[in-house]
Design a protein around this ligand. Structure first.
Ligand SMILES: NC(=O)c1ccc[n+]([C@@H]2O[C@H](COP(=O)([O-])OP(=O)(O)OC[C@H]3O[C@@H](n4cnc5c(N)ncnc54)[C@H](O)[C@@H]3O)[C@@H](O)[C@H]2O)c1
Length: 322
């Protein structure tokens, strides 16, 4: 049994991670500042649903303040740092907020860990670091020097900050590049959730681009398994940063996403088309060779199954709201 601090615990992925770690018998402290990117009530529901499965401690706090984390850490604490301002398109309007939430916060987490003598860190990075010019499937050793949104740039900057700091602060870091994650509690701004809601409310869905752009969608339980594998891997990892892709093992075109949700909902969607949005990439696709060999990562959720399970969750939440 280990002691873990999970930042961003009230969010989509964080709430699944604290739930899985607590269920596995670890001592878990979740931290979150209820960033207003989406409603606090949604995050409180995430925490309540996770705690109903397995209890854990929760502390409301802002990780950009190194003093907020310091009292929670000792030399043996493992940190899973997922707190961030997510979302590609909104980052164009407010790059300073993204920089604070994603770069300053990561520096503060590393600083707090150094102060406590803690050395094991799992960092939630993003496939967006690959930009639009990395050959698919994306390999972790790609240079990643041309991000196309402020969000992607802040994630890459946080990775590089850890690359510089880890050997100096004796941190063993697994930097996990998540590829578009979906499942219960998915952020309301993400495509699968917003399309499902629009179909439930019989609203028109605006699709950007020509429908051929694709994403390597990854079921949240597969991501959680990858995070747990990375937590274990940090036990014997040397100081430094290793990047790992956590993807779903196939890219799904936007048009297929819409069709799968419509089939699961049993509706005929109303669609409108608009030009591709700035900041969006055309395709994402993960090379999983390293994460498979080193972490034992093996995503196992076919996309249509995941969509059916997502729609079932959406309906259960919608029923609770009514
Ligand atoms: N969801 C995806 O598809 C996806 C893909 C790639 C990477 N990621 C990364 O995974 C992580 C989790 O993403 P998510 O989709 O669960 O997002 P989310 O917004 O649901 O969760 C992030 C949480 O971090 C909290 N937070 C933000 N700033 C904070 C601060 N200063 N102090 C404390 N808490 C703070 C927010 O309140 C939120 O609850 C993020 O780092 C994100 O960049 C997510």
């Amino acid at each position: 049994m280990s002691r873990l601090v999970v930042t961003g615990a009230a969010g989509f992925i964080g709430s699944h991670v604290v739930e899985a770690l607590a269920r596995a018998g670890h001592e878990v402290v979740g931290v979150d500042n209820f960033d207003p990117f989406y409603p606090r009530g949604v995050k409180e529901r995430n925490l309540a649903d996770a705690a109903a499965v397995a209890p854990f401690e929760f502390v409301e706090g802002d990780v950009t303040d190194p003093m907020a984390l310091a009292p929670l850490l000792d030399a043996g604490t493992i940190v899973v740092h997922l707190a961030a301002r997510a979302g590609v398109r909104p980052s164009i309007a407010d790059p300073a907020a993204y920089s604070r939430a994603n770069v300053t916060a990561t520096a503060a987490v590393a600083e707090a860990m150094r102060g406590a003598g803690a050395r094991r860190l799992v960092f939630g990075s993003s496939s967006s670091v690959y930009g639009d010019d990395t050959p698919a499937p994306f390999r972790e050793d790609a240079p990643c020097i041309a991000p196309v949104s402020p969000y992607a740039a802040t994630k890459r900057a946080a990775e590089l900050l850890l690359v510089a700091l880890a050997p100096l602060a004796s941190l063993s870091v697994a930097s996990l590049r998540f590829f578009t994650v979906y499942g219960p509690r998915q952020r309301p701004d993400l495509a699968i959730h917003s399309f499902t809601r629009a179909m439930a409310e019989e609203r028109t869905i605006t699709l950007f681009g020509d429908g051929t752009q694709s994403r390597d969608y990854t079921w949240v339980d597969d991501i959680v398994a990858g995070v747990l594998g990375a937590v274990a891997w940090t036990a014997d990892a040397p100081a430094g940063v290793t990047h790992f892709n956590l993807g779903g093992n196939r890219a799904v075109p936007l048009r297929v996403v819409v069709d799968e949700i419509a089939a699961a909902m049993g509706v005929r969607p109303k669609l409108a088309w608009a030009p591709m949005q700035p900041g969006d990439v055309q395709h994402t696709s993960a090379d999983l060779t390293r994460s498979g060999a080193v972490l034992g990562y093996a995503p196992c959720t076919p996309f249509p199954d995941g969509i059916r399970r997502f729609v079932a969750w959406f309906r259960s939440v919608h029923a609770r709201e009514c």
